[in-house]
Design a protein around this ligand. Sequence first.
Ligand code: ADP
Ligand code: MG
Length: 298
Amino acid sequence: MIVPGSSRQLRPIMRRPRGLAKPPVALRPRAVPPGVAPGQQTMRRRSRRVIELRQATKVYDTGTIHVPALRGITLVVERGDFVAIMGSSGSGKSTLMNIIGCLDVPTSGEYLIDGVDAAGMDEDELSDLRNRKIGFIFQSFNLVPRTTALANVELPLAYAGLPRDERRRRAAHALAQVGMGDRMNHAPSELSGGQQQRVAVARAIVTNPILILADEPTGNLDSRSTTEVLAIFHRLHDEGRTVVLITHEPDVADQARRVIRLADGQVVADDERAPFTPAATATTPAPRATPHTGAQQA
Ligand code: ADP
Ligand code: MG
């Protein structure tokens, strides 16, 4: 399937979707039937396959150059998995991340996120999809400068149209989860790299996304901060979240449950490190220590 407009520029990662009359569905409180843990209900409603790529290709075509960056990627990531994507520079990692993150579309092939085909969506629908389903973490943190950690973490909730009090409460809670509860009013320049990345992780999880997508999240961190941030990823995974991280560091990839290797735009290895019970079939989901992931979760 050829996607029209596949050569368009990358989309901004977060922006307020225009023309959305109501807050996105995922952020609306949802009644949970008696006897059903909120997480379980969520898992039934959502697709088990968080990521499904079918023969996805990406060709960068600028008129003068023609670069086949992805050459037929077929890949399924199920809910609750913890995947590292590795590969040397130029192997197509960032291109793949952009497609998985709905920041770009494949030139051909298909991509379904949480069972939804992103191909037919317009810009607003895609930005809404990104806001609701994906928490992004970058090597360079991408925090808004001269703005407190709390305001940075509130931002995606503001885009989602949540009232201020609820934004505050949920952002403060997310910051506490990453051990930054005592630094909420600090600006990024007043924080270490590791602390900034923890704020970025809080921002990524505050919307309770289906997928946490991190591109070289430890690339700018010293070894101690790397350990701290990886410990947070482990905890998120233990809570049943789906984590995909891109890295070229073998030590970091070793932390993941599954390691996918790219070379020259193709998957050349896909190794499972430990037995995996997909969250959708797990009888008891891992307990979540988060009040906001309860009734608000969709
Ligand atoms: P990685 O993240 O693994 O280093 P990338 O996905 O950035 O790899 O790049 C894969 C290939 O696509 C490389 O050959 C790179 O030069 C090329 N490429 C990436 N982005 C563009 C672009 N916007 N225009 C043209 N070529 C690109
Ligand atoms: Mg890259």
